[in-house]
Design a protein around this ligand. Structure first.
Ligand code: GDP
Length: 332
């Protein structure tokens, strides 16, 4: 059985650990979000891609879902002493992979070519692709909370038009890391955009793998900042229309298990629950996998639904969830 997985950098990698226990690794392909790729100083950082590489090579730090387990931070600490502003804490061994990417990018290689080298060098049999080789960047349109305060003060004296004008002049466009790491999400989000996605092309090999897969699995990743950017690549979305697509909800109850998914879904006008997740994916989803605690919402979801435990704490949870998905596909 061949499966193509769409992934961000926390929820879906957990499920990938389950999948790789029950499928042949070479039958798994993963298309990864690169909307959060950025430069930190002179280093090119592709956070979700590196997490997927480390997940398959059993190096991942499962406490943070970022970087390598038991890594050291000598270089980062030394840089700090030299007053070098490295806002991400990059481990020494993790830095090696980032230096490898940076060197090759500066020498004109495509990201997909670099990842292909790295997965082979790390002994990974699964295929791993970036969502595009082009530059697509997720940006958060937000209102600074201090400006928002000024706005509410001015509510007393301005007409509605003046208030709107003031509102329109205030928003700031943040890179994802500025929003989530530097400002810790402490802004009022107005919108999320995938800059340049209209012009971005797909990696042909990824498209072929979608076509040759038995089904596509959208793991429990943030719909807005992890899967939304992948779906913003037109050829990927189009290819999914003709496939059997399973979606695992990253929302359990009324909130995300981790990260800003709830706040961002709200900003995009979706309810923060499994029904909101369904609404987000309704053009492409065939079967949704939701948590047992959400089974009372099943009737409000307009596709097939499986209810099971979707909270992956240990390897058993991950393998069981992967088995439930494969079993459901077999039954279809
Ligand atoms: P990011 O790239 O680090 O933002 O990570 P992802 O987008 O891949 O994953 C973040 C999403 O995964 C969040 O919305 C979480 O709610 C969801 N998530 C994390 N762990 C679990 C889990 O064990 N079960 C489910 N259902 N969702 C999870």
């Amino acid at each position: 059985m061949k499966v193509t997985v769409l992934s961000g950098g926390t929820g879906t990698p957990k499920l990938i650990q389950g999948l790789k226990n029950i499928l042949h690794e070479e039958d798994i392909s993963v298309i990864v979000n690169t909307g959060e790729d950025t430069w930190v100083g002179d280093l090119y950082i592709s956070p979700d891609v590196d997490t997927v590489l480390y997940t398959f090579s059993d190096l991942i730090n499962e406490e943070t879902w970022y970087g390598i387990k038991n890594d050291t931070f000598h270089c980062h600490e030394q840089l700090k002493k030299l007053e070098y502003d490295e806002f991400l804490r990059i481990g020494d061994r993790d830095r090696a992979l980032k230096m490898h990417k940076t060197h090759l990018i500066k020498n004109g290689y495509k990201l997909s070519e670099i990842i292909e080298m790295e997965r082979k060098l790390l002994g990974i049999k699964a295929k791993i692709y970036p969502m595009t080789d082009d530059h697509v960047e997720t940006k958060i349109l937000a209102l600074d909370k201090s400006e928002d305060k000024q706005k509410s003060q001015s509510d007393f004296c301005s007409s509605p038009i003046e208030q709107n004008l003031q509102f329109c002049s205030s928003p700031i466009l943040l890179k994802f890391h500025d929003f989530w790491i530097k400002r810790r999400g402490n802004v009022n989000v107005l919108d999320v955009i995938y800059e340049n996605s209209n012009y971005a092309g797909v990696v042909e090999a990824a498209l072929n793998d979608i076509e040759n897969s038995d089904f596509v699995l959208i793991g429990p990743s943030n719909p807005i900042t992890s899967i939304g950017p992948i779906l913003s690549i037109k050829d990927i979305k189009k290819a999914l229309m003709d496939k059997t697509v399973f979606v695992v909800s990253p929302i359990v109850g009324e909130s995300a298990i981790s990260g800003p998914a709830g706040m961002l879904m709200n900003a995009k006008g979706y309810d923060v629950d499994v029904v909101g997740v369904y609404e987000f994916y309704k053009d492409i989803v065939d079967t949704m996998i939701i948590d047992n605690i959400d089974k009372n919402k099943k009737d409000r979801i307009g596709c097939e639904v499986i209810t099971t435990n979707t909270i992956m704490k240990g390897l058993n949870d991950k393998v069981n969830l992967a088995k439930d998905i494969i079993k459901c596909f077999d039954e279809i």
